[in-house]
Design a protein around this ligand. Structure first.
Ligand SMILES: Nc1ncnc2c1ncn2[C@@H]1O[C@H](COP(=O)(O)OP(=O)(O)OP(=O)(O)O)[C@@H](O)[C@H]1O
Ligand SMILES: [Mg+2]
Length: 243
C-alpha cells in the first residue's frame, strides 16, 4: 500500500519539482516502488528533471480526462525500474479531485510511495492532492517571503486535517543566511510549523543535473542529504547536518 506524499510551497520556484524528482529517485534506488507525478498543469517540469521528456507521449491530463489508460501514461525511469513517472501536460487543464482519487486508488497497491508534485500556492491541484495525501512536504527557501507563504500553506494543510507536515529548506547558503533575518534553521521550522526533513544547500550542480535530466551524482553532498530525507520519511532518525 503506497504512502501518498504531496510536495507543496507557497512561493513559486522554491525547488518543489527538483526535490520531488530527487526524492523519488532516491526512494527508488533504495528499492521502493515509486510513482512520481506532477499536477502543475501546463507548466510541467518533472519530465525534464527525471530525464523522460523524449519518452513521454501521454500525461496525467490525459488520464484525468479519461482519454488514455493509466498504463499508457506511465514512463519507467531510464535510471531505475523502480521509478514510474506520469508527467504533467504541456497544456493547461483542470484537476478534479474525483479523477485524481480514481488514479491514486488504481495504483495504490502497486507502489510503496506515490509522490505528487503540485504547483505553487493553493489552487485546484493543491486542494485535490491534499485530499489524497498521507503526508505533505513543504519546500521553502530561506527568505522571509517564502517562509511566510510556507506557513500559510502549512496552516491550510493542517486545517484540512492532514497533520503529517514536513519541511525541506532548499537553496540554503551559509554565506548569505545571516542576511535573511533568521538566526538559524530552528526559526524557519517554527515559522513553518512543520517537521524538518532536511536542509539542501544552494548548489549549481543540482541545477545542471536537473536540467540535464540526470540523477544526483554518486557521493555528492546533496545526494547524501536526499538519502537521509528518505530515511526520515521512512521513520528512521538520522543525524541532521547543515552544510
Ligand atoms: N538546491 C538547489 N540549488 C540550486 N538550484 C536549485 C536547487 N533546487 C532547485 N534549484 C533550481 O531552482 C529552479 C526552480 O526549481 P523547481 O522548478 O524545482 O522549483 P518549483 O518550486 O518546482 O517551481 P514552480 O513553483 O515553478 O513549480 C530550477 O532552476 C532548479 O534547477
Ligand atoms: Mg515545479
Amino acid at each position: 500500500m503506497a504512502k501518498v506524499i504531496m510536495i507543496a510551497s507557497g512561493k513559486g520556484g522554491t525547488g518543489k519539482s527538483t526535490a520531488a524528482t530527487f526524492l523519488a529517485h532516491e526512494l527508488a534506488f533504495k528499492g521502493y516502488k515509486t510513482f512520481l507525478t506532477e499536477l502543475d498543469m501546463g507548466l510541467r517540469s518533472i519530465d525534464v528533471i527525471s530525464g523522460i521528456s523524449e519518452m513521454a507521449v501521454y500525461d496525467i491530463g490525459d488520464v484525468l480526462q479519461g482519454s488514455c489508460s493509466i498504463q499508457k501514461a506511465i514512463v519507467t525511469s531510464p535510471y531505475t525500474k523502480n521509478l514510474h513517472i506520469m508527467p504533467a501536460p504541456g497544456k493547461k487543464s483542470g484537476v478534479q479531485f474525483e479523477n485524481l482519487k480514481k488514479l491514486t486508488d488504481a495504483v495504490y497497491r502497486d507502489y510503496d510511495f506515490i509522490i505528487i508534485d503540485t504547483a505553487a500556492g493553493m489552487g485546484e491541484a493543491f486542494a485535490a492532492a491534499l485530499k489524497v495525501s498521507d503526508m505533505a512536504v513543504i519546500v521553502a527557501t530561506p527568505d522571509q517571503i517564502s517562509v511566510r507563504d510556507a506557513r500559510i500553506v502549512s496552516d491550510e494543510i493542517y486545517a484540512y486535517g492532514l497533520k503529517d507536515i514536513r519541511l525541506i529548506i532548499n537553496k540554503y547558503d551559509k554565506n548569505t543566511f545571516k542576511h535573511t533575518g533568521f538566526e538559524d534553521a530552528d526559526q524557519i521550522i517554527d515559522a513553518c510549523c512543520a517537521q524538518l526533513l532536511g536542509v539542501v544547500p544552494y548548489d549549481v550542480s543540482v541545477q545542471l543535473e536537473s536540467m540535464a535530466g540526470k540523477p544526483l551524482q554518486q557521493d555528492s553532498t546533496v545526494k547524501k542529504i536526499f538519502e537521509s530525507i528518505c530515511e526520515r520519511i521512512n521513520g528512521r532518525h538520522t543525524q541532521m547536518n547543515i552544510k
